[in-house]
Design a protein around this ligand. Structure first.
Ligand SMILES: Cc1ncc(C[n+]2csc(CCOP(=O)(O)OP(=O)(O)O)c2C)c(N)n1
Ligand SMILES: [Mg+2]
Length: 547
């Protein structure tokens, strides 16, 4: 400890993290946050040092999703902070609780043009739930503790703290009375009132085909069982949405075909946004009664005010607590289980033709790759499966699921897959972690393979390589014509060789027969591995009841 003999602001930051039970900080270093690196010595908190700030923030997001506890990223000022913002916005869209700590220029030099000075809170504002810049070392411990609490207060999401360099180095105990800048978090989640529950129960009784649409939080391992318990008790369908394709998420099969039949939709922390076709026809019937259950009053008001001619009620209560209360008191609904079975059959629907199609392509069909992965997931039911974007990612979504899955989420950002997998492995070191992604997507954070190797976090990446930004190629073909596609071709990169050169395990698969043995070798290698599969570049799957 060189900056001062006493505890510094940086020590206060680390004390708050440690006391909150934080086990890992994902970080990329820089001048202003050096005191925090120093303070981490002896704290028991693991530091995973990444190759890009975006990766550190994506790692915090996946860590939170897999563990159910807030993830923490620590990045430097100016460009480092800006590099992390896109990933912070992903966590905002996926309702994931993360704390983003960034270094900042000295507070006493505010407005003087200090190195990397930037109005961080203004820059962060649209990308996070809340952003603050504490200026007192004495209040820093409280500020960090409160910021962590805020990540799970109301709708879960990212909270940002800009930490001025001089505040991190200043003695934490010497400043006398100091007021924290982060407001107090609400003590408890708001339970639904008896009136709230009576409103919902009455609506359920009056409806013929009610359904619950839940937000991405209900896809997480910790909350999935709540949906299942409600379905079991009531006999009604409850579906969680987390994909940027919304109702057309291939994981939801032909769900889009049955939702318009619903006459009551109860949303649980699921805004009536693009993911649900703005709750307008044809996605949702015009006469459908809707009840929104959320702690995000602003978003509920936004949606209700837009849909003024619709029958919408708001319930300002914790969605998880509301669901639990409904599950314990539910009795089988009059329409159950026929309506539920119809919805679940639509969700499970996949075109029968895929099996045969998969044998006909010249290069390996994405479904064939997925079938090989499924055998491994059957053997390792606790494995984590990460799926990133692109058409290959959509095929993976259609074919694969596990109890612990992480996808690129409602932001629609591609590229976070490798960092997601690394964080999932840090959270679950005893389980295999697979990440499926396209060759374009793989390029975003390929250097993080070195992070995986350096930190002994053996992930297995399956790259569906069609030497193309295929999703973009498909859009150009569809919207402008087959003779007006350009600039989507990529080199057929030997990712396996790149990873082997880094010191990891590489496999190059050019035939369906080669898939299973390559996967077995990668598992046995117990090091970060890349399976580079030459796939057929197909359009993302479309699943409809008549397909
Ligand atoms: C951060 C970000 N940049 C760009 C895009 C647009 N985008 C979506 S899919 C895609 C192509 C992905 O290509 P690849 O990973 O090779 O998968 P493929 O579609 O070829 O299977 C692009 C560029 C995006 N969604 N997110
Ligand atoms: Mg591709």
């Amino acid at each position: 400890m060189q900056d001062s003999e006493q505890d510094r602001g940086a020590d206060a930051v680390v004390a708050a993290l440690r006391d909150a039970g934080v086990e890992i900080v994902f970080s990329l270093s820089g001048n202003q946050i050096m005191p925090v690196y120093d303070a981490l010595f002896g704290s028991g908190i693991r530091l995973v040092h990444t190759r890009h700030e975006g990766a550190a923030v994506y790692m915090a997001e996946a860590y939170a999703q897999v563990t159910g506890r807030p993830g923490v990223a620590l990045i430097t000022a100016g460009p480092g902070f800006a590099n992390g913002l896109s990933a912070a916005w992903s966590a905002l869209c996926s309702h994931t609780p993360i704390l983003v700590l960034s270094g900042d220029a000295p507070a006493k030099r505010a407005g003087h043009g200090a190195f990397q000075e930037m109005d961080q809170t203004a820059f962060a504002a649209p990308a996070v739930k809340a952003s603050f810049r504490p200026t007192s070392a004495a209040a820093l411990e409280q500020d960090v503790r409160r910021a962590l609490e805020l990540t799970t207060e109301g709708r879960h999401g990212p909270v940002h703290l800009a930490l001025p360099d001089d505040v991190l180095r200043a003695p934490a105990g010497a400043a006398g009375v100091a007021s924290p800048v982060v407001p107090a978090a609400a003590a408890t989640a708001q339970a639904p009132t008896g009136t709230d529950l009576a409103t919902i129960r009455a609506a359920l009784d009056a409806a013929e085909r009610p359904i619950i649409l839940a937000g991405p939080m209900f896809r997480r391992a910790a909350r999935k069982p709540h949906l299942a318990a409600f379905m079991a008790a009531s006999g009604l369908p409850a579906i969680a949405l987390e994909s940027p394709r919304g109702l057309r998420d291939p994981r939801l099969g032909a769900f889009v075909d049955v939702l318009p039949e619903a006459d009551l939709i109860i949303t649980l922390s699921k805004p009536l946004d693009f993911m649900v076709g703005f709750a307008e026809p044809p996605a949702v019937a015009a006469g459908c009664h809707m009840i929104q259950v959320s702690l995000d009053a602003d978003t509920m008001a936004r949606d209700r005010n837009r849909l003024t001619d619709r029958d919408i009620q708001d319930v300002a209560a914790c969605p998880a607590a509301t669901l639990a209360a409904l599950a314990t008191s539910a009795k089988p609904h009059a329409s159950a289980p026929a309506w539920r079975d119809r919805v679940l059959a639509a969700v499970a629907h996949r075109p029968a033709a895929w099996a045969e199609d998969a044998t006909r392509t010249e290069r390996i069909h994405p479904v064939t790759v997925c079938n090989a992965i499924r055998l491994l997931l059957d053997r390792h039911p606790e494995a984590v499966l990460v799926i990133d974007g692109g058409e290959f990612g959509q095929w993976s979504q259609a074919c694969l699921d596990t109890s612990a899955s992480v996808i690129n989420g409602a932001s629609g950002a591609i590229g976070g897959g490798i960092p997601y997998a690394i964080a999932a492995k840090a959270a679950r070191p005893d389980e295999p972690v697979f990440v499926m992604m396209g060759d374009g997507t793989a390029g975003f954070y390929l250097a993080e393979f070195e992070t995986a190797l350096r930190n002994s976090l053996p992930i297995i990446a399956i790259i569906g390589n069609d030497a193309r930004w295929n999703a973009e190629h498909q859009i150009q073909t569809r919207d402008y014509g087959a003779n007006r596609t350009h600039s989507c071709e990529l080199s057929p990169t030997r990712f396996d060789q790149v990873i082997a050169a880094m010191g990891g395990h590489g496999e190059y698969v050019t035939s369906a027969d080669g898939l299973a043995p390559a996967l077995e070798r990668a598992l046995a290698a117990n090091t970060a591995a890349c399976i580079n599969v030459e796939i057929e570049g197909l359009a993302a799957p479309v699943v409809r009841l008549d397909s």
